[in-house]
Design a protein around this ligand. Structure first.
Ligand code: NAD
Length: 289
């Protein structure tokens, strides 16, 4: 690392709180080193209160950009100059690119989700997806999947503070893409089961299965997965095998994934935006996983 840092090194940040647990600095710095690129990636503990001065610092220090995570993904939008069209639909930013003082916001989580399936040789375009969750990850997945050609998406959510967001996601997808989106209440278990069973892919973007809910899953009965060729995708990657994945594996589902591939590919998409280069994902996979 020290061999690479010189007077020309460009800084890329990660602005979130909490953030010390993140794998992104390891991912990006190893990729820069592997390709001999003169960038350094550092994590900064940034809250909503310190976000405006942190964004100003991107301009002042002529940083190449930054990743943005909770709690700043929505709050950053008015501080930027531009949003790419998909990000405008998603309404949240996880990557900022600084082009000579012009800051553009992107969201790569949905791209990462789709790419991680491509990496497995699975194509969900033209098929139906059932998706649980309409927060940051759920919104990015739904919008990107719709833009990329998924035919139908059934979005399930609790009637909590994300319900209105789920409604907004359905409306925007129906209005701006050829995908047919519908909203469903997670409490309606018969509907939930039927929608899962008529889908090629079931994805969970709720965080149920992750600490402090690591012993829980929204689908508890293996009989709900009655097609071994179906895809079951949990966005959670800690633990590596979630309760949902155990239920799907018990049911004999062949394509069961955690969120590691999505995490890697969302990083690779951001890497490309900053550097113009492909991240060496197989090399990084060996280091991280
Ligand atoms: P968020 O807080 O924005 O949204 C949470 C969503 O889960 C909402 O739809 C909410 O209604 C729902 N929810 C929460 N608790 C629930 C419960 N007990 N039962 C049913 N629904 C519940 O969170 P987020 O940022 O969208 O993150 C969601 C998950 O996605 C997390 O596990 C996160 O780690 C994961 N994620 C993974 C990646 C990746 O690259 N693999 C990227 C982003 C997020």
């Amino acid at each position: 690392m020290t061999e690479r840092i010189d007077g020309h090194t460009l800084l890329i940040g990660l602005m979130a709180y909490p953030i010390r647990h993140s794998m992104s600095p390891t991912m990006h710095n190893n990729a820069f080193a592997k390709l001999g690129l003169n960038y350094a990636y550092l994590a900064f503990e940034i809250t909503n209160e310190t976000l405006p001065s942190a964004v100003q610092a991107i301009r002042t220090l002529d940083m190449r950009g930054s990743n943005i995570s909770m709690p700043n993904k929505q709050k950053i939008i008015p501080l930027l100059d531009k949003l790419d069209p998909a990000t405008e639909m998603i309404g949240a930013v996880n990557t900022v690119v600084n082009d000579h003082g012009t800051l553009t916001g992107y969201t790569t989580d949905g791209i990462g989700f789709m790419k991680s399936l491509d990496d497995e040789g699975l194509d969900i375009r033209g098929h139906k997806m059932t998706l649980a969750g309409a927060g940051g990850a759920g919104t990015a997945i739904a919008v990107q999947a719709a833009l990329d050609g998924v035919k139908e998406i059934s979005i399930f959510n609790r009637r909590d503070e994300f319900w209105d967001n789920a409604k907004r996601n359905v409306d925007i997808i129906n209005e701006k893409t050829d995908c047919k989106a519908t909203l469903h209440d997670l409490a309606d278990q018969d509907d939930y089961k039927a929608e899962i069973q008529s889908s090629y892919i079931y994805a969970d973007a709720t965080g149920v299965g992750m600490n402090p809910l690591q012993d829980q899953t929204l689908v508890t009965d293996p009989a709900w997965f009655n097609n071994p060729d179906q895809i079951v995708f949990d966005t959670v990657y800690a633990p590596r095998t979630t309760e949902l994945m155990k239920v799907a594996e018990k049911a004999g589902v062949k394509h069961v994934f955690n969120g590691l591939g999505m995490m890697l590919e969302q990083g690779a998409a951001a890497f490309k935006l900053w550097t113009g280069k492909e991240m060496p994902v197989d090399y990084i996979r060996q280091i991280l996983f």
